[in-house]
Design a protein around this ligand. Structure first.
Ligand code: FES
Length: 412
């Protein structure tokens, strides 16, 4: 668990000063001069009155929306990496955003002489997809008998053709979703995306602080992103979302509880315990695991499906470590063993002599480029190799996705 001064309370970490915008031009018009707007790959001339969403269309950059660009859904958040001063001031629908984040549908060019660079929040990461699979006996909570589907013994549906479950690894920076056929235990589709809560800060403490000021914005962002991936997979494969009967979520305490729409403020101050852990320690609940209907979280699955949140270990050591321990069976290893779950929030567990000791601390700057000017996680555009070519007298480099370089990959 993160140690620290008794007086440390990170909940106000979000309270940073907003950079003043020097704006005076009339957004109406349409004149073109020397500035430009780019997504880092392609560039277009800056035109007064044109929105970042218009540019995203022109540049074939995917920006999510479900409100016809009216500033209501809050899904179209983009990061303005350069040229905030060339855009009109924030509008009322953007009052929940700070620093260099804007709604693409609201941010319009007002100074055509400024170069603007933007990036959507759901960049595609490069994740490890080749894994070692071990034989596991199947014992799913969802079962089929003939044409009837049961959840924990209760009939919930008629067989529609498949019985799917969805496992979500909910990282602070990266989210991975694994669609699993619960009858065979085989993974049928894996996808990953950048956690769209980045506008609330890049680490858990800033997210906690942000959530205290703007309730539900982070929850909305992650639920919309998960739903988007579910519907995308369903459309591409002809699957109906009602065939998903169970969703399991593993994440650190903050990520998990934000997903379950719980108050996370107590995790941000010593002794860094979640509301659920406090209830567990007070004897008010039997486990720190959570189970809730998908409908209560607005998830697009079978209406009788349930979401299971892996149990927390303690403080910031959450359900992701519980999943790690179950997977590698650390307690059953001979001698002394150590498990390290490297991420924006890194956890370490040492096991031996019938005991396990765990600790966690932020590692984002070391592995994901956080807090480093040209550092970035392993997303498209991250430089992942750099070699000095002595003969040519220059560097040779490659980037993830073979796109234009955006920064240096923190994890190598
Ligand atoms: S598209 Fe919905 S808020 Fe911008």
């Amino acid at each position: 668990m993160c140690g620290g001064d008794d007086k440390l309370d990170y909940r106000s970490a979000w309270e940073t000063e907003e950079a003043p915008l020097d704006v005076s031009a009339d957004p109406a018009g349409g004149s073109v001069t020397g500035g430009s707007v780019t997504d880092g790959t392609t560039t277009q001339p800056a035109v007064i009155g044109k929105s970042i969403f218009d540019y995203a269309d022109d540049l074939a950059v995917q920006v999510p929306t479900s409100c016809f660009r009216n500033g209501i859904c809050h899904e179209c958040i983009v990061e303005i990496q350069q040229g905030m001063e060339g855009l009109a001031p924030r509008t009322k629908p953007e009052s929940f955003l700070r620093e260099n984040y804007r709604l693409a549908c609201q941010a319009r060019v007002i100074d055509p002489n400024v170069d603007v660079a933007f990036a959507p929040l759901r960049r595609t990461p490069k994740i490890l997809t080749v894994t070692e699979e071990k034989e596991t006996a199947l014992d799913p909570v969802v079962t089929r008998r003939g044409d009837d589907i049961f959840y924990d013994g209760e009939q919930v549906d008629q067989f529609r053709g498949h019985v799917y479950g969805l496992a979500i690894d909910l990282g602070t920076t990266t989210v991975v979703m694994d669609f699993v056929d619960l009858e065979t235990g085989k993974s049928v589709h894996v996808c990953s995306f950048e956690n769209p809560q980045r506008f609330g800060g890049s680490d858990v403490m800033h997210r906690i602080s942000y959530d205290g000021a703007f309730e539900d914005e982070l929850w909305n962002a992650i639920i919309n992103a998960v739903n988007h991936e579910i519907m995308d997979w369903c459309e591409r494969t002809g699957t109906v979302r009602q065939e998903i009967y169970e969703i399991v979520v593993a994440g650190n305490a903050t990520m998990r509880d934000l997903f379950f729409r719980l108050d996370v403020q107590s995790i941000g101050q010593k002794p860094y315990k979640s509301q659920i852990e406090n209830e567990y320690l007070a004897g008010e609940r039997e486990t720190t695991a959570l189970t809730i209907g998908t409908r209560r979280l607005g998830l697009r699955a079978n209406p009788k499906a349930r979401v299971y949140g892996m149990p927390l270990i303690a403080s910031h050591v959450g359900g992701d470590v519980a999943a790690d321990l179950a997977t590698v069976e650390l307690a059953a290893q001979p001698g002394v063993s150590m498990l390290v779950d490297v991420g924006t929030n890194t956890e370490v567990v040492v096991a031996g002599n019938g005991r396990m000791i765990t600790a966690s601390c932020p590692a984002g700057p070391a592995f994901e480029g956080g807090g480093i000017q040209y550092g970035m996680p392993g997303y498209e555009g991250a430089i992942d190799s750099l070699k000095w070519d002595g003969e040519d007298g220059r560097f040779a480099w490659s980037t993830i996705g073979d796109t234009a370089p955006q920064g240096i990959c923190g994890s190598g």
